[in-house]
Design a protein around this ligand. Sequence first.
Ligand code: TRP
Length: 335
Amino acid sequence: MNQSDVILTGIKPTGSPHIGNYAGAIRPALNLARRSPESSAMYFLADFHALTLVKDPALFRDRCHELAATWIACGLDPDRQVFYRQSDVPEVFELSWVLSCSTSKGLMNRAHAYKAHVDQNTRSGDRDPDAGVNMGVYSYPILMAADILLFQAKYVPVGKDQEQHIEIARDIAARFNRCYGEVFTLPLYMASPSSAEIPGTDGRKMSKAYNNTIPLFGSRETLRRAIFGIKTDSSAPGAPKDPDASLVFQIFRQFADRQRTETMRDRLQQGLISWKEAKEELYVLIDGLLDRPRAMYDELMSDRSHIDRVLEAGAGRARELARPTMEKVRQAVGR
Ligand code: TRP
């Protein structure tokens, strides 16, 4: 990684942030910036991406503020890193259009998220394979390419489920460069070593869609209830338990240090701890880790105009950084 390499990542404000978002996306992205302070790190709220899904304006606004407060409460420093809201940077949408004019429709047909819709429609016997697919869903990867290419980002740390989108962004950039000359840095997918996929309370991937999340910044009571709702097998309190087959343990190990993790493993294996006690420990662990961030989160959420100001300041910097690329793009296409 070079001094001037840009690292960029964004999250969509589609649901209240949960500990899966934290361990899978927020924590690894912030660690990366911490470990490589010489490169410029950019973080943004992919707010207009969420419009494909969220149709309620008040909810949309809430989700954006929640996500912004979450990033900052988890350690993002808006003075040191560029932190902005996508929709405050109109150049993104301008670039998105220009890119869509040299992107083949076939490339979008192959995007996983769109294909999943089509497959589901086909399977359910729907005669229209595109039923329920808006154009935002269809051209999502182009907007995402614009997010990345506008800032000449080299590394994009995202979850595995986003890998194809980064490859598409790379294809789009390469095609544009072939046609108009070297304008864009080709971005790379970056699998973060510390990124973890946290199972939800029912064992599937933790996701709002499955209603199996453990919220990051709810009340203590909500946190407790979610943790006590984690599925366990029916082992008796004193029976030996298999830690690796246990959701409680899989979540525990993402937040505990090595020693605490090993102690928990031993106690489960030897039947020295009941599921109820293990959940209580998990609760105490997570609650303790969230104590300070929660206070900060609550403070931020109590003054949303402050959040807006922070985001606007970030967008000012982002637009500065975008300007040279946009000038090149316009010149390249003959404007
Ligand atoms: N598609 C990403 C997700 O759903 C969010 C996103 C939008 C993004 N634009 C991006 C991530 C650019 C990294 C870079 O999680």
